[in-house]
Design a protein around this ligand. Structure first.
Ligand code: 5AD
Ligand code: SF4
Length: 438
């Protein structure tokens, strides 16, 4: 078969990365293979994110940049999908006459048909949300993976309505995939050589809670752990309010579950957490962290922080700093608050200047940098199992992840790729470790 070339750019979260993988799988059946070179492409798709401010402008800028390519190559198809597409819809076709396709977050299954239409000059926008029953039947499944690690979507959407967050509006209502289909997908992946699965959803902890006759997320993790061939399980993202005792217990007695969890706290201040509609307090969050550390000593916990939420006082902010000191996250992602259209927080008056917000961001950065470095250094001298996934940073090195998720580079032959090996950690850097084969 003579493949046409598809170039894709993915912004935002791992959900989008997984959606792009599923798009690539679907469009392979329509005759497209993925290229890394936009100039060689017959079709360019942008898979967009709108979680924080400035996202729309970024997409507009990129689309403006693509115009000369379109002029130079007759028949080039340009498409926009993901969260900005969901939000802007038809407007994108109006603003950018060189765009052929706009597809929303519920409409991936329509892409093959939309692409066939675009090949004959059609311009089309599909952003309708699809009701839950129908959605379950429209999940494009992944049929194999050539890498050792694979995402597996277990749920989509979100019903939490944190006051700052656009996700419920652009990803729609929460829906859990059927567990039988998830387990079948994991089995197929395991047979194709996958050894690690990352269970994926906007809020995986609430998996199955609204569906009869389905396991809870903890139950699902245990079932995935029973599948032969799977050695490692990770999941993301978790909402602290739905982090059950049952799931915490899994970290104690499911050895395949890696010692790593992303549990976004957003703020260390109760009053800010209440304004954010997060559904937990600093204390109840700390209780969950203590329980996690008790069942899995050394567990790597990571988090997200928003600084400069409307009304955040210096005291509130210091509560966040003290929380970071108390928990000692192994890694942290921090963002300046930006109002998102249609969310409840967008109606709150902003109380801080951009400069004040950036200053707070800087203070977080400084504190976390040293904590991360110290935690990385605590690994030096230990022996850890590494899942070797590819070539390393330097020639002659290979690279992979240890149980807690950190990347390790070490001297070794390429034949080690796709295997598990034991490595002694010899040095720590800010974002990675150095090791030697034992
Ligand atoms: N402003 C700033 N950061 C935000 N996030 C989500 N919405 C906003 C917003 N309006 C951050 C949160 C979330 C991460 C994915 O993005 O920290 O956990
Ligand atoms: Fe961005 Fe949220 Fe959409 Fe993911 S779900 S792409 S983080 S807006």
């Amino acid at each position: 078969m003579n493949y046409k070339q598809l170039y894709m750019e993915t912004f935002g979260c791992q959900m989008n990365v997984n959606d792009s993988e599923r798009i690539a799988t679907m469009l392979a059946e329509t005759g497209y293979s993925v290229t890394a070179d936009p100039a060689a492409a017959d079709m360019i798709l942008l898979n967009t994110c709108s979680v924080r401010g400035g996202a729309e402008e970024k997409v507009y800028k990129r689309l403006a940049n693509l115009r000369p390519l379109k002029t130079a190559k007759e028949g080039l198809i340009i498409g926009v999908g993901g969260c900005v597409a969901q939000q802007e819809g038809e407007e994108l076709l109006r603003k950018f006459p060189w765009v052929n396709l706009v597809f929303g977050t519920h409409n991936l299954h329509l892409l093959p048909d939309m692409v066939r239409g675009a090949e004959t000059g059609e311009r089309r926008c599909e952003t309708a949300f699809i009701d839950n029953e129908q959605r379950l039947d429209l999940f494009p499944t992944v049929k194999g993976n050539t890498r050792m690690s694979s995402f597996v979507t277990v749920m989509q959407g979100c019903d939490n309505f944190c006051s700052y967050c656009i996700v419920p509006y652009v990803r729609g209502r929460e829906i859990s995939r059927r567990s039988a289909e998830i387990l079948e997908e994991v089995e197929i992946l395991a047979m194709s050589g996958v050894r690690e699965v990352v269970l994926l959803g906007q809020n995986v902890n609430s998996y199955g809670l609204k569906t009869e006759n389905e396991p809870t997320f903890a139950g699902l993790v245990r079932k995935v752990a029973d599948i032969e061939g799977i050695s490692r399980i990770r999941f993301t993202t978790s909402h602290p309010k739905d982090m059950s005792d049952e799931l915490i217990a899994c970290f104690g007695d499911v050895p395949k579950l890696c010692g790593q969890i992303h549990l976004p706290v957003q703020s260390g201040s109760d009053s800010v957490l209440a304004l954010m509609n997060r559904g937990y307090t600093r204390n109840s969050y700390l209780g969950k962290i203590r329980a996690l550390k008790a069942v899995r000593p050394g567990i790597a916990i990571t988090s997200d922080i928003i600084v400069g939420f409307p009304g955040e006082t210096e005291e509130d902010f210091e509560q966040t700093l003290s929380l970071l000191n108390e928990i000692r996250y192994s890694d942290l992602f921090y963002f300046v608050y930006s109002p998102r259209p249609g969310t409840r927080a967008a109606e709150l008056p902003e109380t801080l200047t951009r400069e004040q917000k950036l200053k707070r961001l800087d203070r977080i950065h400084e504190l976390q940098r040293s904590i991360t470095r110290e935690i990385n250094e605590s690994h030096v001298g230990t022996i850890q199992t590494v899942m070797v996934e590819g070539e390393g940073k330097r020639p002659g090195q290979v690279s992979g992840r240890v149980d807690c998720g950190r990347i390790v580079n070490f001297a070794g032959a390429n034949t080690l790729i796709d295997t598990f090996v034991d490595v002694r950690i010899t040095r720590a850097y800010q974002n990675s470790l150095l090791g030697e084969l034992v």
